[in-house]
Design a protein. Structure first.
Length: 265
């Protein structure tokens, strides 16, 4: 069985204090993109994953499914690795969904959500359709109504590598980033309530975890919003027209790998 594993954008990310379980409270707006990995999952004697040697999440997801057999997985990778676009989590969610569908008794949606959350906080998002507002540690989801008439230019700057998520959160704590979390959540929800057209996305708060000087370059190329996705290092710029996003990506290709991606449901 074959299926697409979509990339995602964090269109906003507000981070709060560390919880008793060591995780952080977050409120983030997640949007699927039409940039995808292709995943093939088939029953097998033992579990193997081809196409992405560094995979750990797909194996973990299939292990928690506790099937009576293994799986053969092939990943055709297109989403940049460790870039803030959720490629690994999306691969895991897609593999979990495809494998469940091939069981004699497929897992129900609620249990599938629970299994996905046990693999990673952002994995459940990739089992849903449409934009979602994620809260708690990122696994509590509620549908969000967003205009879909925008296109993103994605920039993965040369010479950058994603710092470990743990290190990013430790740096956030060290600078006292959680201060004023409640007020920032209120401002986020207020901005979200006033989004009617794509340009209204510019009113969302900036990413609490990561910033990039390259956002200014995207704005200079005409983006109406530019920010880092997740813990980075990918920087995105939003445009109303694909042609404008393509021109921006071409102009900024001197800075790193670029691509154009639209919203996906």
């Amino acid at each position: 069985m074959r299926g697409p594993a979509h990339a995602k954008l964090n269109l906003a990310l507000v981070v709060g204090p560390r919880r008793a379980d060591g995780m952080h409270e977050v409120l983030t707006l997640l949007q699927r993109l039409d940039l995808v990995d292709e995943i093939v999952v088939e029953p097998a004697e033992s579990t193997t994953v081809d196409g992405f040697p560094d995979d750990t999440l797909v194996r973990r997801a299939l292990a928690v499914l506790d099937a009576p057999h293994g799986w053969r997985v092939v990943i055709d990778k297109h989403i940049p690795v460790a870039a803030g676009l959720g490629g690994g989590s999306s691969d895991a969610a897609t593999a979990l969904r495809l494998a469940s569908a091939q069981l004699e008794t497929p897992v129900d949606d609620q249990r599938l959500h629970e299994l996905a959350a046990s693999v990673g906080a952002d994995v459940p998002f990739f089992l849903r359709t449409g934009p979602q507002l994620a809260s708690g540690v990122g696994a509590t989801l509620e549908p969000a109504v967003l205009p879909q008439g925008f296109v993103a230019c994605l920039l993965l700057p040369d010479g950058t590598a994603k710092t470990s998520t743990r290190a990013v959160y430790e740096a956030f704590d060290a600078r006292g980033g959680a201060e004023g979390y409640a007020a920032r959540v209120d401002a986020f929800r207020l901005a979200l309530a006033h989004i009617r057209v794509p340009r209204d996305l510019a009113g969302l708060p900036p990413n609490d975890l990561a910033r990039s000087a390259h956002a200014a370059a995207l704005l200079a190329e005409g983006a109406f919003r530019a920010d880092v996705s997740g813990a980075g290092p990918v920087v995105y710029g939003l445009f109303e027209e694909r042609a404008a996003a393509e021109l921006a990506c071409a102009a900024l290709s001197r800075l790193g790998r670029t691509c154009v991606a639209g919203p996906a449901w």
